[in-house]
Design a protein around this ligand. Structure first.
Ligand SMILES: [Zn+2]
Length: 149
């Protein structure tokens, strides 16, 4: 089945593909791969389906809060971040790959290797980046205790 298109809340219940008002909405658990992560399941996400052209759309309510919740959950996980998680968190705090490299004191290529899962962040870099994300999200700095990996 074709991936549903992503639309933001506040859009009229009109099909974006064919323009018909033939859209039925239902809420269900949705693997939110549109955010770039494979592991996020959103409960009660609104899925709209057009009975005219069969197009599907998902409606993301309060996207900034949702992404903040995801970023903070990742920042507080005790295990090392995966590449797609680093990319998601970096984008959430509105940093480019160059910004991340500069703040972490590494080469731009290193960030690319982290995000493409060709190299893990060191344990210290992992904790520093999580701390940065927590602070950038306006939270107090409580990250998970270190786990020896
Ligand atoms: Zn349609």
């Amino acid at each position: 089945m074709e991936q549903p298109k992503l639309i933001w809340s506040g859009t009229k219940r009109k099909c974006r593909e064919c323009g018909e008002i033939a859209v039925a909405a239902r809420r269900k658990e949705h693997p939110y791969i549109e955010c770039g992560l494979q592991t996020v399941l959103v409960k009660g996400m609104e899925i709209r389906a057009c009975s005219a052209c069969k197009a599907r759309q998902i409606v993301v309510q309060r996207v900034l809060e949702l992404h903040q919740t995801i970023a903070l959950a990742l920042a507080r996980k005790p295990s090392r971040l995966a590449g797609d998680e680093i990319r998601f968190m970096r984008k959430h705090i509105d940093w480019s790959g160059k910004d991340l490299a500069r703040h972490m004191g590494v080469a731009h290529e290193t960030v690319s290797r982290w995000e493409h899962q060709r190299e893990f962040m060191s344990a210290m870099a992992d904790r520093l980046f999580k701390l940065i994300v927590v602070l950038k999200c306006g939270q107090t700095a409580d990250v998970a205790p270190a786990v020896q990996t």
